[in-house]
Ligand binder design. Structure first.
Ligand code: DX5
Ligand code: ZN
Length: 218
């Protein structure tokens, strides 16, 4: 089994003390920091942009995993790379036939790249770009808000995606995002996900180190 990595979603952090929250999560044993960028257009919520990420950068040495939920992401990837993102993921639904070019553009900036699909998009949508990806991200809620309920119909898609990744023979991470809890994390790992995003599950606990450890070890 591949190494399990826990990626707390900073969307659930207190933005008025984002630096402190970033330090606390880093010290709690997170493997990467998941940063949800929302533009109020691709999704019905607005979060933060590159300046926010740039200001948070000095507070952690962890990998910054920027999940772009924005339209025309190709217009912004350079700014997110400059801000300190180590991995940039873009939605198939936002890129469509520009997905391959966008992934290549991210790589050319010296940053890891990944494709994201919504719960109602088939895994086959990313078949032709999987070899260009360092990570594939499957949404297990419709993007826009933290604290939603996991959609169990995504489980067979995780298995399909894991098979697609295996067929490449490459070491491509499979990330799952939305509604992950201590109750369902074992199922998503069993299905083949190895990068686990968790927002509300981590931030609602006082002892973040304990919940991160629990999510990793279950
Ligand atoms: C949803 C975001 C998620 C979200 C996860 O649009 O992409 O990363 O913050 O939060 P939880 O774990 O609370 O579902
Ligand atoms: Zn996310």
């Amino acid at each position: 089994m591949r190494q399990i990595k826990i990626a707390p979603s900073m969307l659930s952090a207190d933005f008025s003390k984002f630096g402190e929250e970033t330090v606390a999560i880093t010290k709690s044993g997170a493997d990467l920091l998941h940063l949800d960028v929302m533009d109020g257009s691709f999704v019905k919520n607005i979060s933060f942009g590159p300046k926010f990420i740039k200001d948070a950068r000095p507070y952690s040495d962890l990998m910054f995993d920027a999940h772009l939920m924005i339209v025309n992401p190709w217009n912004y990837i350079e700014r997110f790379a400059e801000a300190g993102a180590d991995m940039i993921t873009v939605h198939y639904e936002a890129c469509k036939d520009r997905l391959k070019d966008t992934l290549k553009a991210i790589k050319s900036l010296g940053v890891k790249c990944g494709a994201v699909i919504n719960p109602d998009t088939e895994v086959s949508a990313v078949k032709d770009v999987i070899e260009d990806c360092d990570m594939l991200l499957l949404m297990s809620v419709f993007p826009g808000f933290g604290g939603q309920k996991f959609i169990p119909e995504v489980l067979p898609k995780i298995e399909q995606a894991a098979r697609l990744i295996e067929s490449t023979g490459k070491d491509i991470d499979l990330e799952i995002d939305g509604g992950i809890t201590a109750e369902n994390v074992a199922e998503v790992k069993k299905a083949g996900a190895n990068v686990i995003v968790a927002g509300s599950t981590v931030f609602k606990e006082k002892d973040r180190a304990a919940i991160i450890r629990k999510l990793r070890e279950i």
